[in-house]
Design a protein around this ligand. Structure first.
Ligand code: IFM
Length: 466
């Protein structure tokens, strides 16, 4: 797709009065190397599920079982597998200097183990070269939820036995791309995988195993991650290693002891098992007893690793209440805001400041970056053929302002990547929820940059020039 410069400038001018632009005027707070761009994931955008020897993943199975709310599939999604050049051109036109994508394990090892499938890796090879030609730094994530079905059949993350295969996979990918990819993220949101796919049945593999299922899946992902980090570090001394997790401040709905305890419990499950394991080799106190039967001698040392970069995905805080009978006895209360996205998620940008400062104050200020932040809204295509999405612009501007506030207060934040470049396959919601800066017409596959894309591009340009 070629963006017509005339259209781009006209639309940018139309946005000049938008309040977020006062933020752009303050852009100097972002240093020159700050990473600006967007994140995506393989299953959500690539399509081409049968191409070049790819094997089935748990999401293919979950979709075939009829769990996708709008009945759609990821078979086409954004056809990024064949249209990646057009998508990289969109990134370049928006002045991105970074892009996080994920690598599909079932493309690299169709059965999850064994020799790497060269054709599957070829795609990422081409993508990385295209990004580098465009001056965009590739941040590769090894696992964004698409576990090979063959490994799921052997227990998936319920089993400790995934550690070896994941490390082998990491080694194979880094061997092929490590000469050009210098930023490696291991997992994306292990907490979401464990909670929604293992504890509940809302995501693949849809196990519904409750609390112990969640904790096992978290612990085994932690172990696999530790092994993969060491495998890459052993052979690629010059790269930055890290991972990505979802962080949500857990605030009690009321000041009752029961709600406060629920918030602490959920904070432990959602935020701490992954982060404390990796950064401290520890398990949260409130979960220690429950996790004891899962943890073997040496595990915590194997999980802990001195990473270089931690990706934080932030969308909203959780307002927690005590809910007897529910998993971990927690439920969701009403958030104190009247702003909600089309996912029903509350818009509370101050939560982003809170988590960024928490990493500064409680974890020794590691280098972090916002690896996902964005919003789904019920975008409409206007009569002028454009998508006017002021709510998304406001969402982005408000959250970037919180990043800026955290930076001013000393947090070591090194980048901000929006979720997402394109509308895409939003897991169990299918194609019905649109998070993109760029609209995708799924029938024609036409890309239509939204107002938010132009706003973000303009913002980045100013931030990078100052
Ligand atoms: O689409 C997802 C992404 O895959 C992981 N983080 C949250 C996004 C929005 O739900």
């Amino acid at each position: 797709m070629r963006l017509k410069r005339r259209d781009f400038l006209a639309a940018t001018a139309a946005l000049a009065a938008f309040p977020g632009n006062t933020l752009a005027a303050k852009a100097p707070a972002f240093h020159k190397d700050f990473l600006w761009g967007a994140s995506t994931s393989a299953y959500q955008i690539e399509g081409a599920l049968d191409a070049d020897g790819r094997g089935p993943s748990v999401w293919d199975t979950f979709t075939a079982q009829g769990h996708i709310q709008d009945g759609s599939t990821a078979a086409q999604a954004c056809q990024h597998y064949t249209r990646y050049r057009e998508d990289v051109a969109l990134m370049k036109a928006a002045h991105f200097n970074a892009y996080r994508f994920s690598i599909a394990w079932p493309r690299v090892q169709p059965q999850g183990t064994g020799p790497a499938n060269a054709k599957g890796l070829d795609f990422y090879d081409r993508l990385v070269d295209e990004l580098l030609r465009a001056g965009i730094r590739p941040l590769a994530c090894l696992y964004h939820w698409d576990m090979p079905q063959a490994l799921q059949d052997q227990g998936g993350w319920q089993s400790r036995a995934m550690t070896g295969p994941f490390a082998d996979y990491a080694r194979a990918v880094a061997a092929r791309l490590g000469d050009r990819v210098k930023d490696w993220m291991m997992l994306n949101e292990p907490n979401v995988v464990a909670i929604f796919g293992h504890g509940l049945r809302e995501h693949a593999p849809g196990l519904g195993l409750g609390e112990m299922g969640v904790l096992r899946a978290l612990h085994h992902q932690n172990l696999a991650q530790g092994a993969a980090l060491r495998a890459i570090r052993a052979e690629h001394g010059d790269c930055r290693l890290g991972t990505v997790t979802s962080v949500q401040p857990c605030r009690p709905e009321t000041s009752s002891d029961a709600d406060r305890a629920a918030a602490i419990r959920w904070d432990a499950v959602w935020n701490r098992v992954a982060v404390d394991g990796l950064l401290r080799g520890a398990v949260p106190d409130v979960l220690a007893e429950r996790m004891a039967p899962i943890i073997q001698p040496g595990d915590l040392a194997a999980i802990r690793f001195p990473i270089d970069l931690l990706g934080l995905n932030y969308y909203s805080p959780n307002t927690m209440r005590h809910a007897p009978g529910q998993m971990f006895e927690v439920g969701w209360g009403r958030a104190p805001t009247d702003r909600f996205t089309a996912m029903g998620w509350p818009v509370q940008p101050d939560g982003l400041y809170e988590v960024l400062m928490e990493f500064k104050n409680l974890y020794g200020n590691p280098a972090t970056f916002v690896a996902e932040n964005g919003a789904a809204y019920d975008d409409a295509l206007s009569a002028d053929g454009q998508v006017h999405d002021p709510e998304r612009i406001r969402y982005l501007a408000d959250h970037i302002a919180e990043v800026r506030r955290a930076l001013a207060d000393g947090a070591n934040v090194t980048g901000y990547l929006a979720w997402s470049l394109l509308d895409n396959f939003e897991w169990a919601f299918g194609l019905s929820k649109r998070f993109g800066l760029v609209r995708v017409d799924y029938d024609s596959q036409k890309r239509i940059p939204k107002d938010s894309y132009r706003w973000f591009a303009d913002f980045i340009q100013k931030a990078r020039q100052s």
